[in-house]
Design a protein around this ligand. Structure first.
Ligand code: AMP
Ligand code: MG
Length: 414
């Protein structure tokens, strides 16, 4: 039996298949709203904006120097022109240059009519109001032509797109005041487990601090998401079901952690079956096998595992692409690179593994990765040291020191 069919016979599905099912289930957000540029960072552009102006607006100087007409150049010879004025950025020269005249000009200042060349100030000699130009002065240099960056009426950005800081600068350079974006996602999360103790309280034997809610609130922190922390719910089937049903009326997405496996106190899958639809339950990755995805009423549901490392890994591998899709974006493929592995890595059977690694680069630009430490799904110290996943395919039997591996750096954007 191949690894792939032994996995499927146990009801586990690959990430690719899970994402396919997610795309079949999720309808991307359609509602739009207008926001001013000040409020647009990280929002999802819904309509393509076009430039109402040429950028640059006028022909202007790329240098601090002297502006002149190229017909005054004496081929291969030095020549002199009379200085008759100045064009400042924001204060253009208003006169008309006559033959053998030039003006002082500064970067960004408008090029007056009849002028087509600028020379850098370092290349001339100035004696009173006479400017001496060197032999072989070039014509038509150092001018930024109107519309050479963006022509009036052309696309500034293409929708859908998550608005970056750079995009804000670009839109503002065209004088765009507001843009049309998709509405924000409303996402709630909660932890389940009788053993959970909230930080700020004193831990009793048998308890564990609820760390998942803090990791999740950080992972969900995004300009396009309103995040709601619903606290901790005990391992009580009736209470959990009531909480999830009520929450499904108010949010686009609910994320829970814990109780998603097959233990006697694990109710998540059963509840999803009872009051909603299960899209899939288990995925063939380590860490993070038990993950229930589905829908309760009109709300998408992710029942993540309880172990903190599994929560983060399943968030990165499944929830991030799902939220990209829901927000109206295309799902981004993870950025992968090859690195020489400086540790020996053990690998279990039957699942793709996302081991936690520390990626570095030497002075020649080569990438190296080493294990971040313990690979148990509860070992947060190693997860916190890590800056990447070392991806071991299902068929891998482990890695010897010095072998090349595939690495996915942690930079994940929602
Ligand atoms: P479960 O899937 O509910 O059986 O949980 C698996 C493991 O994760 C158990 O050891 C839990 O104590 C632990 N766990 C569950 N929820 C949390 C949480 N919110 N924070 C930290 N650890 C948790
Ligand atoms: Mg539990």
């Amino acid at each position: 039996m191949t690894d792939a069919c032994s996995i499927e016979s146990k009801g586990l599905i690959s990430i690719e298949l899970a994402l396919k099912k997610i795309k079949q289930t999720i309808s991307p957000i359609q509602e739009k709203e207008r926001v001013t540029l000040k409020n647009a960072l990280g929002r999802i552009l819904s309509d393509t904006p076009f430039s109402p102006i040429n950028i640059p607006f006028d022909h202007n100087s790329a240098m601090d120097g002297y502006a002149f007409a190229s017909i005054d150049i004496k081929p291969q010879q030095k020549f002199s022109l009379s200085l008759v004025g100045t064009s400042w950025a924001g204060k253009p020269y208003v006169g008309q240059l006559k033959k053998n005249e030039c003006i002082r000009i500064f970067t960004g200042a408008v090029i007056p009519a009849g002028v087509d060349s600028v020379i850098m100030q370092e290349q001339i000699k100035k004696q009173g109001e006479i400017i001496s130009f060197p032999a072989n002065t070039m014509a038509k240099q150092n001018i930024r032509l109107a519309g050479s960056d963006i022509k009036k009426g052309t696309e500034l950005l293409s929708a859908p797109k998550k608005i970056s800081a750079i995009d804000l600068g670009l839109l503002a350079s065209a004088g765009i005041y507001d843009i049309s974006v998709k509405r924000k996602l409303n996402i709630a999360f909660l932890s389940t487990g009788d053993e959970l103790c909230s930080i700020g309280q004193s831990l009793k034997s048998g308890q564990i601090f609820d760390s998942n809610r803090y990791a999740l609130s950080g992972l969900l922190s995004d300009h396009n998401i309103n995040v709601y922390d619903l606290g901790v719910v005990a391992d009580d089937k009736t209470l959990l079901e009531k909480t999830l049903l009520a929450a499904s009326k108010s949010y686009d997405v609910i994320i829970t952690t814990g109780g998603a496996s097959v233990g006697d106190a694990d109710y998540i899958k059963e509840i999803l079956d009872h009051c909603g639809n299960v899209g899939f339950w288990k995925i063939a990755i380590k860490p993070g096998k038990p993950l229930a995805f589905g829908k309760i009423k009109n709300c998408y549901f992710f029942g993540l595992p309880g172990n903190p490392v599994s929560v983060i890994a399943t968030f990165h591998k499944i929830v991030v692409p799902a939220l990209q899709y829901l927000s109206g974006l295309a799902i981004k493929k993870p950025f992968k690179l090859k690195a020489v592995c400086m540790s020996t890595l053990k690998k279990g059977k039957g699942r793709e593994e996302y081991q936690r690694g520390v990626l570095s680069q030497n002075e020649s630009g080569e990438f190296f990765v080493e294990s971040a430490g313990g690979q148990g799904s509860n070992i947060m110290s190693a997860m916190s040291k890590a800056n990447c996943y070392i991806v071991l395919p299902v068929a891998s039997k482990g890695v010897r020191k010095g072998e090349t591996v595939t690495v996915e750096p942690f930079e994940v954007q929602l």
